[in-house]
Ligand binder design. Structure first.
Ligand SMILES: Cc1ncc(COP(=O)(O)O)c(C=O)c1O
Length: 583
């Protein structure tokens, strides 16, 4: 092709390009006109619109350009219906622009649209990760290796030698559990046991029989033999599930739960069910009633029988016997609520009566700035229960598996966590897993690094600062939510990562989505937190916001955008209902 020919082709292309641009501009202008003419606005919405210069048509993923800014800064379309959901948990249906990871962004969000304020993701803030603490701990581990003070051989099943004791002392400091308390309570327990033994001997001599007497002494304070290192909470749940449940067993979850835990139960082909929740999470009384009364079984053949006019089979009661109850009892995810002491005690009692296990995900127990003392951790509740019920203490059933980790108090990438059990009876089960016998403890060398870190007073100071920082950003989020006050409701948490918001009447997380996407603010939809499909509908008016991941100014900006999005939904509904009324 000659030079002149090439030049001509370029000129023609350029003309086409100019023509296309003009057509697009004309299209936008006319669609704006249509909207303004056909939807008169109410006082509230017109007030809102004048202040914000927006049209009222909702953007939809199929028609992304429907929201049109009348300001000189045009709002670019950010949605497309054809995009795959790459990070479906945190950002539903969006163009995944290859944004660079900002200083406060988690690497898992590298693909979210540029400049998005992500209040959905439950990750720590990049700049708050303990890089120096971990690098110092690694240096100390390196020096120990050099001097043969650290072993690179297989690690014992429950964790590196010495590290279990180190973790135990760290946790006792964090939980403020005193050795003195232990002595006192154990003596109390032994006295009780001796008393029981005497009573038992008297009864046996009367009846002329002999039975074995109580021998197990339950200690009331965390002991090294109650701890098992894991590769984090997720691994702890996976392990507990594979040990304690089989396919088709029932697991009870809160309706709104840590949604990624349910995936683990699904992996094990468990049946996930829920019981009613109250303002503190799982309603233990509702669970008790279901355990006592059972479920109503309706034969699935009935629908066919009814169709052909035959008499349906009678409804009958079936026993409700779950294998597991999974809860996040302290500063829960997503609701940020804490189960009270009495409910915990009742749940442990029920677990012993009906022989189910409680997986207590206590990952936020240490991350608390509550002025009130927290209720006991679940293992402590069970220790007290065993101390009062020696016959149970002598048996081999233990209800509680508590899972926690350094994910929230140090860093997720370390993959170091622990299982706490009331005593060594349950812990022994974890050592029996084939892959642990084969490969040794899974936390491996990382557990040594973390132990080097937690020996240092600066690490506990870091954790205290972190709590202070979360408490202040939690306050920023809650104050801003209050100030924006667009009709949403929420409780102010005193720990954890999240605020759980009930949207105003008529607004759902789904109706909010296109507006939020357009304004580039992300939240976690309540339905995403539902334990199963059956309770999705109950959660459609809820969203979860995280205050851990973003800075105070980002949080404020995010909430402004969110409240704007909520107002836009409300304005649109207002206009729509007027329009329908006029029709
Ligand atoms: C309730 C809950 N459990 C577990 C996890 C994950 O913990 P890990 O990183 O230790 O597996 C999270 C993280 O968000 C969580 O919120």
């Amino acid at each position: 092709m000659g030079r002149a020919h090439k030049f001509l082709v370029r000129v023609v292309r350029f003309c086409f390009f100019l023509q296309e641009g003009k057509q697009q501009q004309r299209g936008e202008a006319s669609s704006l006109k249509n909207i303004q003419v056909s939807h008169p606005t109410s006082y509230m919405s017109s007030h809102f619109l004048t202040n914000h210069n927006y049209s009222v048509q909702p953007p939809s993923s199929s028609s992304p350009s429907k929201i049109i800014s009348t300001t000189t800064k045009s709002i670019k379309s950010t949605t497309t219906p054809t995009n795959k959901r790459k990070h479906s948990y945190y950002y539903p249906t969006t163009i995944m622009a290859s944004a660079k990871i900002g200083p406060t962004q988690s690497p898992l969000l590298a693909n979210q649209p540029k400049d998005t304020i992500n209040l959905a993701v439950g990750h720590p803030m990049h700049s708050e990760l303990p890089n120096k603490i971990i690098s110092d701990a690694l240096k100390r581990c390196g020096s120990k290796l050099k001097h043969n003070q650290l072993d690179l051989n297989y690690i014992p099943s429950e964790g590196p030698t010495g590290a279990v004791e180190e973790l135990c002392s760290f946790l006792r400091r964090q939980y403020k559990e005193e050795e003195k308390e232990e002595e006192m309570r154990v003596t109390g327990y032994q006295a009780k046991t001796e008393q029981n033994e005497n009573d038992e001997k008297k009864m046996q001599s009367k009846a002329g029989t002999t039975t074995t007497t109580a021998t197990t002494a339950t200690k009331n304070v965390l002991q090294p033999e109650d701890i098992f290192f894991t590769s984090g909470v997720s691994h702890g749940i996976e392990m507990a599930t594979s040990i304690l449940a089989k396919p088709n067993d029932i697991v009870v979850c809160e309706k709104a739960t840590y949604f990624l835990a349910t995936k683990i139960f699904e992996d094990h082909d468990m049946e996930i069910t829920t019981v009613k929740s109250n303002e503190f999470g799982l309603d233990v009384n509702a669970l008790k009633i279901r355990l006592e009364e059972g479920d109503t079984f309706i034969n699935p053949i009935n629908s066919i029988l009814e169709n052909v006019g035959a008499t349906p089979r009678k409804k009958r009661k079936v026993l409700f016997r779950p294998k597991l109850v999974y809860i996040v009892p302290t500063h829960s995810n997503p609701q940020g609520v804490t189960m009270p002491q009495k409910a915990r005690e009742e749940l442990v009692r029920l677990a012993h009566e009906y022989k189910f296990h409680i997986i207590a995900d206590e990952v936020y127990h240490i991350l608390s700035w509550s002025k009130e003392p927290l209720p006991d951790r679940f293992c402590k509740v069970e220790r007290k229960y065993l101390a009062k019920n020696p016959e149970e203490a002598n048996g081999d059933f233990r209800a509680v598996v508590s899972v926690s980790s350094f994910t929230k108090i140090l860093a997720p990438a370390l993959r170091v966590g622990w299982i706490e059990t009331a005593d060594s009876v349950m812990r022994g089960e974890f050592s029996k897993r084939g892959y642990i016998i084969s490969g040794g403890n899974s936390a491996g060398f990382s557990a040594n690094v973390v132990c080097e870190a937690i020996k240092q007073t600066e690490t506990e100071a870091f954790m205290n600062d972190l709590k202070g920082s979360y408490a202040s950003r939690c306050a920023v989020l809650c104050n801003k939510l209050e100030r924006e006050g667009c009709g949403w409701e929420f409780e102010k948490p005193s720990g954890g990562y999240f605020v759980w918001i009930k949207l105003p009447e008529g607004v759902t997380s789904k109706s909010l989505e296109p507006y939020a996407q357009h304004l580039k603010v992300a939240y976690l939809a309540g339905e995403r937190c539902s334990a199963n499909d059956a309770c999705k509908e109950d959660l459609e008016r809820y969203i979860r916001l995280c205050f851990a991941h973003l800075s105070a100014s980002e949080i404020q900006e995010g909430v402004s955008k969110l409240s704007e999005a909520v107002l836009r939904v409300m304005s649109f509904q207002d206009v729509e209902s007027k329009r329908l009324g006029e029709d």
